[in-house]
Design a protein around this ligand. Structure first.
Ligand code: SAH
Length: 240
């Protein structure tokens, strides 16, 4: 079973939103699992502190490598990558979430304060992952976002796998515009083509819309799409 272990100073925040809706049902049904490790349990002092002042001076506190390493070593690895949430990390992508969802799970290391003593990364093969170019107060919400992105790709978690195939990022483009009833809303109609019943025309329209929306909103993605063509992953086929 796909298993996430989260190392954090705030284990009570979990599972939090990960227990809502289909993800929560998937966990209850044994499609994935989650546990937490409180980094504070590995403190070596009566205050329970896990951090210290930065070498070389400066503001804030740094999480200690010796304490982090003990917390990491307490977790059965089971071939899972150790991913530290960090604004310095490689940005999380849909392709990475897909690859992670196909593996045994992950171990997430959540930072607080100024972050981590640099030596932990090499000492325990910890990879830094970012969820975007902004700074959060801690890694917990970032870890939840990463875990959610993976878990919803585990077969059967969302129910119908076909809803995944044409989503944003799945083949390098953003999604086409979606509509549902009512047919007219505040004077705005659903585009005629979607009501035409002509499946080929609808598919063509959606493909054009996806390209146009990606070109105008995300020129970086569009350029890659033009160079590489559509990304085709096996997961876009029906799961066996
Ligand atoms: N001093 C650090 C920021 C620390 S923010 C720096 O300048 O890079 C505190 C913690 O929040 C980090 O250790 C990390 O675990 C988490 N965090 C903040 N922003 C994040 C982001 N964009 N992606 C992932 N984790 C983030």
């Amino acid at each position: 079973m796909w298993h996430a272990t989260v190392l954090t100073l705030y284990p009570d925040l979990f599972p939090g939103p990960l227990d809502a809706s289909v993800l929560g049902r998937g966990r209850a049904d044994g499609l994935w699992s989650l546990d937490t490790v409180n980094i504070r349990d590995f403190s070596d002092n009566k205050y329970g502190s896990v951090d210290d002042t930065p070498a070389g001076g400066g503001a804030g506190l740094v999480m200690r490598a010796d304490i982090l390493s003990q917390a990491i070593d307490s977790v059965p690895r089971n071939d899972r990558p150790i991913l530290c949430l960090s604004p310095r990390g490689a940005p999380l992508t849909q392709a990475r979430a897909q690859a992670l969802s196909e593996g045994p799970g992950l171990i997430a290391l959540c930072g607080r304060f100024e972050g981590f003593d640099e030596r932990i990364f090499e000492a325990r093969q910890v990879e830094e992952v970012s969820i975007g170019d902004f700074v959060l107060a801690g890694g917990e919400i970032a870890a939840m976002a990463m875990i959610e992105a993976c878990v919803r790709l585990i077969p059967k978690v969302l129910g119908s796998a076909s809803s995944l195939g044409e989503e944003s990022f799945e083949d390098g483009l953003l999604e086409y515009p979606q509509y549902t009833r009512p047919r007219e809303f505040e004077g705005r109609a659903i585009p005629d083509v979607l009501l035409s019943g002509d499946h080929q025309k609808i598919a063509d329209w959606r493909r054009e819309q996806r390209q146009e929306i990606t070109r105008t909103r995300r020129p970086d993605l569009y350029e890659r799409f033009q160079i590489n063509g559509p990304i085709r992953r096996d997961k876009n086929k029906e799961p066996k």
